[in-house]
Design a protein around this ligand. Structure first.
Ligand code: SF4
Ligand code: SF4
Ligand code: FES
Length: 587
C-alpha cells in the first residue's frame, strides 16, 4: 500500500446551501392528485377513475363491468359511491367518475350500501341462481358480491326470463344467456381488445342479450379471454365445463411456451389432471390476455398419444423401455459416435421449447463432449448474431413512437404481441409501418402498410426510407423494429438485409425478435447457438444428409415439420446414423 500525498486528496466539496439543495429536488408531478377515500388519503393520477385509484389502494368497491384493461362503460351500476360535491354528497358510479384533487369519496355509507344492495337485487331478478351446477360457482364475482354487498334475500317471486341454455357460440365457448348480467365485458373485449366484433348485444329492454351474428360463430383467436373475464357463469369453455370446482384446483404460476411472447399464465389441475390455463395480468407482457392456442393446448398434455415411457427402436420397431435402460442406451450411443467419428459427428438440434435451465444443461453436455454442430433453430429463424443488437421489450415496442413490422403476421404467429401492438396503434401511442407481402392482422391498424413481392423487403425498405413522410416519422421518437421471418420460403438473409438497412438509417432503433418457438432467445443465449455458419441448423442437417453425422440428438425438434427445407430434412433424418429424440409425442 502506498502513502497518498496529501496534495492528491481531492478537496471536500462544499455542502450546498439550502437554496441550492431546493433547486435539485424533483419538480412535483403535475399529474399527481390526492383523493380521500373513507377518511384515508389516496394517491391518484389525473385522468384515472375513482374505482381504479381506490382498488389500487386496497379500498374495495364492488363492481362487475369495470375492467382495468378496458374502457369504462358504466353498465352494471354496482360501483356506486358517495362523492362530496358542491351541493353535498352525490351518488356516482365510480368507474365513470374521474378523480379530482381533494375529492372526498365514501364507499360504505348507509346510502351507498342501499344502492349496492338495490343493484344486486335487480341483477339477480332474472338470474337463475343455479350456482350448484354453474362452473363459475366458487370463483364468481356475482356470487361473492351477492354475499358481501347484497340484500341477503330476494323479494322477487315472479317468473324469471328463460332462454335455451347453454348454446355453443363457437367450438370452444358456450353461452348461457339466463346467467348473463349484460356487463359488456365480453362484447367490449371482442371489439376493443381483439378487434373481432363477433359478439354483440341484440334486442332491447328486458330481452337484451349477448349473441353472435346469424351463421357467424365467435371464431376469434382470443375467445377464451371472454370466458375468463365474464363475471358470472354465462360464458364457459368447453374443455373445462363440469371438470372441477375452483376449491379443488391446485395451481402454479407459469409461462406459456407455445410461442415466444411468453404470456404469464396460471396452470390449474385437479387430481393430477391438467384442467385449465388462466391468463395472469403481467404488465410488461400479456396484460392478462392469452390466445386460444396457448390457453387450450393443455388438452394435449392429457392426450392418449402422449409418450408415457421412453422407447428404443429394435428390429420389432419402437418398444417401451425403462428410464435407466434408455439413459444407458443414449450414453452408449454417444460413446459409440465419439469412437466412430469424434465429436464432429455428433449434432444437437432444438432446445427452444424447454426452459433456460434445460437448454443450459444440454449446452454444458455439448461443451463437455465437444459438440460443435448445435443450433436451437432449424433454418426457420434468424441468425443468432442478431441477438447482439439492442433488444426491445414488448412494453418498449408498445410505447414506441414508431413500430416497424418486418416479419410474420403477428396475429397468426405471436397473437398476444399482436394485441399489444394493436392497442398501441388504436390508442394513438404508436404509428405502425408495416412491410409485408400480403394483408396481415395489423394491416388495418398500420399508419403505412407497404406491400412488396416476397423476398424484396430490402427494396421496399429502401424506397420507404426515401419517403420524406416516413423518414420524418422515424426521426420523431423511439423506433422499435419487430424482426422475424415473414415467410419461411424466403431466406433469413432477406430479413437481415432489410433490418440492417433500417438500422443504418435509424441507428438508435431497438429490435424485438419475432421468433416462432417458445424460448429461442433463451436457448441461444445459454449455449445452444451455433459456433459458426458451418455448424448451424441447416449446415448440420446437410452434414447429416451427407452421412457425416453418427448421432443426431433432437431436443423437442422435428426437422420434418420444423425445417423449411423439407427435402433436406428428409435426407438428413435418413442420413444420420442414429437418432435420439427427446419429445413429448412421437415425432
Ligand atoms: S356474457 Fe358475461 S361478460 Fe358477456 S355481457 Fe354477459 S355477463 Fe358480461
Ligand atoms: S401469444 Fe404465445 S405465449 Fe401468449 S398465450 Fe398465445 S401462444 Fe402462449
Ligand atoms: S363497475 Fe361501474 S358501472 Fe359497472
Amino acid at each position: 500500500m502506498t502513502d497518498v500525498e496529501t496534495d492528491d486528496v481531492a478537496e471536500e466539496p462544499e455542502a450546498p446551501d439550502e437554496s441550492e439543495a431546493a433547486e435539485v429536488t424533483e419538480p412535483p408531478d403535475p399529474n399527481a392528485v390526492v383523493i380521500n377515500v373513507n377518511g384515508n388519503d389516496v394517491a391518484a393520477r389525473k385522468g384515472e377513475t375513482v374505482i381504479a385509484a381506490a382498488l389500487r389502494n386496497d379500498e374495495y368497491i364492488p363492481h362487475f363491468c369495470y375492467h382495468p384493461r378496458m374502457s369504462p362503460v358504466g353498465m352494471c351500476r354496482q360501483c356506486m359511491v358517495e362523492v362530496e360535491g358542491p351541493r353535498g354528497p352525490m351518488m356516482v358510479v365510480s368507474c365513470m367518475t374521474p378523480v379530482a384533487d381533494g375529492q372526498v369519496v365514501r364507499t360504505a355509507t348507509d346510502e351507498v350500501k342501499r344502492a349496492q344492495e338495490g343493484m344486486l337485487e335487480l341483477l339477480l331478478a332474472n338470474h337463475p341462481l343455479d350456482c350448484p351446477v354453474c362452473d363459475k360457482g366458487g370463483e364468481c364475482p356475482l356470487q361473492d358480491q351477492a354475499f358481501s354487498h347484497g340484500p341477503g334475500e330476494s323479494r322477487y317471486v315472479e317468473q324469471k326470463r328463460h332462454y335455451e341454455k347453454p348454446i355453443p357460440i363457437s367450438d370452444l365457448v358456450y353461452l348461457d344467456r339466463e346467467r348473463c348480467i349484460l356487463c359488456d365485458r365480453c362484447t367490449r373485449f371482442a371489439d376493443e381488445v381483439a378487434g373481432d366484433k363477433l359478439i354483440h348485444f341484440i334486442s332491447r329492454g328486458n330481452n337484451t342479450q349477448v349473441m353472435t351474428f346469424p351463421d357467424e360463430p365467435f371464431v376469434s383467436y382470443f375467445s377464451g379471454n371472454t370466458v375468463q373475464i365474464c363475471p358470472v357463469g354465462a360464458l364457459t369453455a368447453r374443455p373445462y365445463r363440469f371438470k372441477a370446482r375452483p376449491w379443488d384446483l391446485s395451481q402454479r404460476e407459469s409461462t406459456c411456451t407455445t410461442c415466444s411472447v411468453g404470456c404469464r399464465t396460471v396452470i390449474q389441475s385437479s387430481r393430477d389432471e391438467l384442467l385449465r390455463y388462466q391468463g395472469v395480468d403481467s404488465d410488461p407482457v400479456n396484460w392478462g390476455w392469452l390466445c386460444d392456442r396457448g390457453r387450450f393446448n393443455f388438452e394435449a398434455t392429457n392426450s392418449d398419444h402422449r409418450l408415457g415411457a421412453p422407447m428404443i427402436k429394435t428390429e420389432a420397431g419402437l418398444v417401451e423401455t425403462t428410464w435407466s435402460g434408455a439413459l444407458d442406451t443414449a450414453a452408449g450411443l454417444i460413446n459409440q459416435a465419439l469412437t466412430d467419428g469424434g465429436p464432429e459427428s455428433i449434432a444437437l438440434l432444438g432446445g427452444a421449447r424447454g426452459s433456460n435451465e434445460d437448454a443450459f444443461a444440454w449446452a454444458q453436455l455439448a461443451d463437455a463432449i465437444g459438440i460443435r454442430h448445435r443450433d436451437a433453430q432449424l433454418g426457420d429463424g434468424l441468425p443468432a448474431e442478431l441477438l447482439g443488437l439492442e433488444r426491445a421489450t414488448i412494453d418498449e415496442a408498445a410505447n414506441a413512437a414508431t413500430i416497424v413490422l418486418l416479419g410474420p403476421d403477428l396475429k397468426e404467429e405471436l397473437p398476444v404481441l399482436y394485441l399489444r401492438l394493436r392497442d398501441a396503434a388504436e390508442k394513438g401511442r404508436s404509428r405502425i409501418v408495416e412491410f409485408s407481402a400480403t394483408e396481415s392482422g395489423l394491416s388495418p391498424y398500420a399508419w403505412k402498410s407497404i406491400r412488396h413481392e416476397p423476398g424484396t423487403q430490402l427494396k421496399a425498405v429502401a424506397s420507404a426510407l426515401a419517403d420524406s413522410e416516413i423518414a420524418e416519422q422515424l426521426a420523431s421518437g423511439d423506433v422499435v423494429i419487430v424482426a422475424g421471418r415473414a415467410n419461411l420460403a424466403d431466406s433469413a438473409d432477406v430479413t437481415v438485409a432489410a433490418l440492417q438497412a433500417l438500422l443504418d438509417e435509424v441507428p438508435g432503433a431497438k429490435v424485438l425478435p419475432a421468433l416462432r418457438r417458445g424460448n429461442i432467445v433463451g436457448a441461444l443465449s445459454v449455449g445452444l447457438a451455433p459456433a459458426d455458419a458451418d455448424h448451424d441448423g441447416l449446415a448440420t442437417l446437410q452434414a447429416a444428409a451427407d452421412g457425416k453425422i453418427e448421432l443426431l440428438i433432437l431436443l423437442g425438434a422435428d426437422p420434418l415439420n420444423d425445417c423449411p427445407d423439407a427435402d433436406l430434412a428428409r435426407r438428413a433424418v435418413a442420413g444420420a446414423r442414429r437418432i435420439v429424440a427427446i419429445d413429448t409425442f412421437p415425432s
